[in-house]
Write a protein that binds this ligand. Structure first.
Ligand code: ZN
Length: 137
């Protein structure tokens, strides 16, 4: 079994920024040479998330609006007394910090309309790191 670990680095524009990382992740899988296994996409950080969603501008706006409605800002959260980003943490927890995809015959398997996105949920622009780990043979 082989393990290839890479990192993506990029900056975000603050709440709520969506960054399509599909091409970068697929390139890492291709370059890894691993034919069959899995690829993990993980963000170390409590106010970022990894999701899959269709890359269509209307839908991306719908997604942002749904997040605002599900977990509104400034609802008197307890964590808000410290740094006013409780809603960022809560949204990140609901979405999750990682996604895992099968790698079959050297390719990451996903649906045609299932792009991979990093979601910036913090209240300010950030430098982000996403770990991509391909495991298999
Ligand atoms: Zn916080």
């Amino acid at each position: 079994m082989e393990i290839v670990t890479r990192e993506l680095k990029f900056s975000t524009r603050g709440e709520i920024d969506l960054v399509d990382i599909t091409g970068d992740v697929e390139e890492i899988v291709r370059d890894s040479g691993i034919q069959n296994g899995q690829v993990l996409v993980f963000v170390p950080g409590a106010t970022g998330a990894i999701v899959t969603i269709e890359h269509e501008s209307g839908l991306l706006e719908d997604f942002k609006q749904a997040l605002r409605e599900l977990v509104p800002r400034g609802k008197g959260y307890l964590h808000g007394r410290i740094d006013d980003n409780a809603h960022s943490h809560l949204r990140a927890t609901l979405l999750g910090a990682s996604e895992c995809f099968p790698v079959i015959d050297g390719r990451l398997v996903r649906g045609t309309w299932q792009q991979i996105f990093f979601v910036e949920l913090d209240v300010r622009p950030r430098q982000r790191r996403v770990i991509v780990q391909v495991v298999g043979e």
